[in-house]
Design a protein around this ligand. Structure first.
Ligand SMILES: Cc1cc2nc3c(=O)[nH]c(=O)nc-3n(C[C@H](O)[C@H](O)[C@H](O)COP(=O)(O)OP(=O)(O)OC[C@H]3O[C@@H](n4cnc5c(N)ncnc54)[C@H](O)[C@@H]3O)c2cc1C
Ligand code: SF4
Length: 568
């Protein structure tokens, strides 16, 4: 027998990067919010500099819901499933994956909102890749800018602005769109290695700048500055210098008395009434089923779970899944083209044993439409990123650049000599949605509750592969300019389970091609909102979280401003 609880104003499913931000504006105005979170609460002492545990064993084990529902990937509808991964990269806990993410906190560039119209204007409509379902966003950067600004301050982001109200500052990203004010904190400090790379980039005529990070470069909001000792690549921060929502927006919302958090609450379905409005959510806790009625439901369980919960919540009003009468849930799915890095070997030690992956130097010259594509056979580009972060197991996994065998005493001697002389790069590239890349429920693979896991049918297309080769060319050029003696290109790979998964509940004015409207509420279910990168229709060439958080704040602000129309 399910226990029916008292009705609340808003229920938020998942208190991670997106849900964890949205609760602050609600609670501040006095709305009663229930946050249902599958994970537990983790505190500073739970975060240890343990590469084996953090990077390889999928911790924390206590409430790893993700690992029980790892999606299955196949590159296309005719191909067999690839072997299923044992560990999901995302995190369950109050704060979600922001507990252990790298914390790079990028805004999108202006072009990313207008890929179709800007490409058509500059190069002609024929340059939109065949089969792509990309659309312009329903608004431009200027609409999202105030929310980027709010989140940068609420969470705490360090960085060097490149464009404050149109005034270009070459110490920052000269390609970024105008921002109202500088970052609330200066950028994280550089290292000898990032300085080396920055100098080389300037010699090439490029524009290096320190990337933005949700990591404190100084005391912020009562939390410590970063100590730069590292090991927080997939690990949390024991001094709370990394600004997960667990240490920033969520505690402030709880302090109002208006946010009640239920941990280890696994939401299984969203209920609707005969008119098709969301009425409640069902969740399991300690083996019992609870029903939490709410005036408004906000779904924030990360891209895969957002699509899965909608598809699982079938009813007479929505026989193909909630908000899916037009068949758009799961469509326009893509992941960031994060593979295809370039590795380099230097003739001297680089001192990368300390530091964190958000402490680096970026190049945006070859991202988006920041360069002329007239003679090229692709649209978009890549952000080039090198950073400080090296750990023993990762270092020992280094390639030998064809200079030593992969085993035996010669290999050991090579690794001992070169473990601190090699470096990876992180190339994030434009990735577009395509007609035949999508999410649906797997026909046979289920989680322990008997619910199907998500099936990903997706692969990189020609445009993405060409962008990848182009970005690798530029990265190689940069490393060689900085003095590298050897470089190695990694394969682009396929579009499997990702930490940067987009789409599936895309945002747009056209209800025939999008699940949520320009405010983040479902076209078909006006009191059901969706938060996270699942609403994003383009990725740009940078990590998604700050954009997902700005959108989440905007959705929350809309609900506050328009409560009657949406909730009643
Ligand atoms: C190692 C790593 C490094 C990363 N680095 C960066 C970076 O540098 N910059 C960047 O922008 N992004 C980064 N990301 C991606 C970033 O973590 C995500 O974009 C972000 O966390 C997404 O926010 P979200 O709220 O959608 O999902 P999450 O933060 O994953 O939160 C979802 C929450 O929902 C809960 N949940 C899920 N299903 C249910 C359910 N059925 N019932 C109840 N609760 C549920 C989960 O437990 C979780 O707490 C990184 C990710 C990883 C794994
Ligand atoms: S390097 Fe900085 S963010 Fe990482 S654990 Fe140490 S103090 Fe925290």
């Amino acid at each position: 027998m399910a226990t029916r609880l008292g009705k609340t104003d808003v229920v938020v499913i998942g208190l991670g990067g997106a849900g964890g931000v949205a609760v602050e504006p609600f609670a501040a105005v006095g709305l009663k919010v229930v946050g249902l979170e599958a994970g537990t609460r983790l505190v500073a002492r739970d975060f240890a500099p343990d590469e084996l545990r953090n990077n390889f064993r999928g911790w924390p084990h206590a409430a790893q819901k993700c690992n029980r529902e790892v999606p299955v990937h196949r590159p296309n509808a005719a191909a067999p499933d690839n072997p299923r991964g044992a560990i999901h990269p995302m995190m369950n806990g109050v704060g979600g994956t922001t507990l252990h993410y790298w914390a790079q906190s990028w805004r999108l560039n202006p072009w990313d909102f207008k890929v179709v119209s800007e490409t058509t204007r500059r190069y002609g409509a024929a340059r939109i890749p065949r089969g792509s379902t990309v659309e312009d966003w329903p608004f431009g950067l200027e609409e999202l800018e105030p929310y980027y600004d709010k989140v940068e301050r609420a969470v705490g982001v360090s960085g060097q602005a490149g464009n404050v109200q149109g005034a270009i500052d070459a110490r920052g990203n000269i390609f970024e769109g105008p921002r109202a004010q500088p970052y609330p904190m200066p950028a994280l400090r550089g290292t000898e290695f990032t300085d080396l790379m920055g100098t080389a980039a300037r010699r090439l005529g490029w524009h290096p700048f320190p990337g933005p990070a949700a990591v404190n470069s100084q005391l912020y909001d009562g939390r410590s500055a970063c100590l730069y000792h590292g090991f927080c690549n997939r690990g949390g921060c024991h001094v709370s210098a990394k600004n997960s929502t667990a240490v920033s927006t969520i505690p402030r919302a709880e302090a109002t008395g208006n946010l009640a958090i239920v941990t280890e609450a696994h939401v299984t379905r969203i209920d609707v009434d005969r008119e098709g409005r969301a009425t409640a959510v069902q969740y399991l806790k300690g083996g019992e089923t609870y029903i939490q009625p709410a005036a408004v439901v906000l779904l924030a369980g990360y891209t895969y779970e957002n699509a899965r919960l909608l598809l699982l919540s079938t009813s007479r009003a929505y026989p193909r899944g909630l908000a899916n009468n037009r068949g758009q849930v799961g469509r326009h799915y893509f992941t960031h083209n994060q593979g295809g890095g370039v590795l380099a070997l230097f003739p001297r030690k680089l001192n990368r044993w300390y530091g964190l992956p958000a402490q680096g130097v970026a190049i945006d010259n070859w991202a988006d439409d920041n360069f002329d594509h007239a003679g090229l056979d692709f649209i978009g580009g890549g952000n080039l990123w090198v950073y400080s972060d090296q750990r023993p197991i990762a270092a020992a996994g280094m390639p030998t650049f064809g200079r030593a065998p992969r085993w035996g005493s010669q290999w050991k001697a090579f690794v001992a000599e070169n473990a601190d002389r090699w470096v990876n790069s992180y190339l994030q590239k434009t990735t577009l949605p395509y007609e035949d890349n999508y999410l649906d429920l797997h026909p046979t693979v289920k989680d322990p509750l008997g619910d199907p896991v998500i099936r990903i049918t997706a692969d990189h297309k020609d445009n993405e592969k060409r962008v990848a080769t182009f970005a690798q060319d530029k990265m190689e050029q940069w490393f060689l300019e900085a003095g590298a003696v050897a470089t190695l290109r990694q394969p682009v790979g396929t579009m499997g389970v990702s930490t940067h998964a987009y789409g599936g509940t895309r945002m747009g004015d056209n209800a025939e091609t999008n699940v949520v409207d320009r405010w983040g509420f479902c076209h078909e279910v006006p009191n059901l909102g969706v938060l996270g990168a699942s609403v994003m229709g383009t990725s740009g060439a940078r990590n998604p979280t700050l954009t997902a958080q700005a959108l989440a704040w905007r959705t929350a602000a809309r609900l506050v401003a328009d409560w009657r129309a949406i909730a009643e």
